[in-house]
Design a protein around this ligand. Structure first.
Ligand code: AMP
Length: 395
């Protein structure tokens, strides 16, 4: 893998695709700068080599030029996080951008305007990619969150840098970490897959069965499996059209000697609200009118045991409706068990928007081996796909 550590950027202008798609409040201020922080090692490496950085990113889903989505809004936050003066140009191609790049000195940063102000970005337009490519000597991709998209700045542009394209440190660390889980991983390997929808996780489940020893299925999606096994699940989440696939996964797991762990008990509630009446029931015999919204205490104990005995752990998808405190215990127990296993030397990878939000909420983020910055990109890698943004650098 060719990373920026293989190159000295002295007097070179690095054109870096970052993922600065950060959340903003109503005053257009950045409310979470994690994505900027994640790109910092790459940017600092280029500057310390004596090079300069031209940063390109998208922000939101603008329909044409909308002030709300201007990267001008995040300029001061980028400067604060990086601790370096940041220049901004209110375009990402054209004369203004070319002039701003020409003026850029070693040790300086130029932030381009939102790539998605041009529809050509998402369309992967070659001409647009060519125009972007004029703005740097070397192309670096550090936007893992966008690596599953063949957009102009994430994939197509690489064609214009046949021998001058590199993985940034963030993207490289995501590839290495996912590799540690999926290839030659230290056994026992445990995957914890939860969340609401089975349909969005079927391909992942089928792909990882070859690579794991234990599969913990939790969250709303567990009920489709429980029903497929003949259980009664009351009013819990169900995807009736996925019962066959659920059975296929269970059969394949048996063939491949993967132990499936479904919750044996469940926190059921009379409504999905903070004031709901709750009780604990066996997962395969939930009363009519009640819905399972978190895993129960006996399941928490058995999941914790499996997780703390594992040497490689993958977690995607919460175990319950953790956004509501009375249904957060199962998700918290999984987070704590992973932290414990990690302290004992296991490698842990946690990813997905909701799962990472849960980790943050419980203050566990810093105690995980690798917290992925990709949502869709991570899921597609776990599905076994080659991502266009990665292929473009390798090719
Ligand atoms: P996903 O995007 O499929 O990973 O689903 C994440 C969402 O699943 C979170 O917002 C959780 O609140 C929700 N979730 C987890 N467990 C349950 C459950 N038992 N019933 C309904 N929703 C759930």
């Amino acid at each position: 893998m060719k990373t920026i550590n293989d190159f000295n950027f002295k007097n070179k202008k690095a054109l870096i695709r970052v993922d600065f798609n950060v959340p903003l409040n109503d005053d257009f201020e950045v409310t979470d700068s994690s994505r900027i922080e994640a790109a910092k090692p790459t940017i600092i490496k280029v500057l310390e080599d004596g090079g300069s950085c031209v940063l390109m990113s998208h922000l939101g889903r603008p329909k044409g030029k909308e002030e709300k989505y201007s990267l001008q809004n995040i300029k001061s936050k980028v400067r604060e996080v990086l601790g370096v003066q940041v220049h901004f140009v209110d375009d990402c191609i054209g004369d203004k951008s070319t002039e701003a790049v020409a003026k850029l000195q070693s040790g300086e940063i130029l932030l381009l305007e939102n790539l998605r102000f041009y529809k050509e970005e998402i369309r992967g337009n070659r001409d647009f990619a060519k125009k972007l490519s004029k703005l740097g000597d070397i192309y670096v991709n550090d936007a893992f969150g966008m690596a599953h998209r063949a957009h102009a700045s994430t994939a197509i542009i690489a064609d214009f840098f046949p021998s001058k394209k590199y993985f940034g440190m963030l993207l490289a660390s995501e590839i290495v970490s996912i590799g540690k889980v999926l290839n030659n991983s230290v056994k026992p390997v445990t995957a914890i897959i939860g969340g609401a929808k089975v349909s969005s996780k079927i391909t992942i489940l089928l792909n990882i069965l070859d690579k794991i020893d234990n599969l913990i299925i939790c969250g709303g999606m567990a009920f489709t499996f429980v029903k497929a096994l003949g259980g009664s699940i009351g009013n819990s989440l169900i995807e009736e059209d996925k019962l066959v696939e659920a059975n296929t996964i269970l059969e394949k797991a048996k063939l491949k000697k993967v132990t499936i762990h479904l919750p044996i008990d469940t926190v059921v509630a009379d409504s999905l609200s903070e004031n709901a009446i709750t009780r604990i029931e066996d997962t395969d015999s939930i009363s009519e009118g009640w819905m399972g919204l978190d895993v129960g205490p006996a399941s928490n104990d058995s999941f914790t045991k499996v997780i703390t005995q594992s040497k490689t752990i993958l977690w995607n998808g919460p175990a319950g409706v953790f956004e509501i405190p009375i249904f957060a215990q199962g998700t918290m127990a999984i987070g704590n068990a992973i932290v414990k296993a990690t302290k004992n030397g296991a490698f842990s990878l946690v990813g997905g928007g909701d799962t990472v939000a849960a980790l943050k909420k419980f203050g566990l983020t810093d105690e995980i081996s690798h917290v992925s910055t990709g949502g869709g990109a991570l899921l597609e890698m776990l599905e076994g796909k080659t991502l266009p943004g990665i292929k473009a650098i390798e090719g």
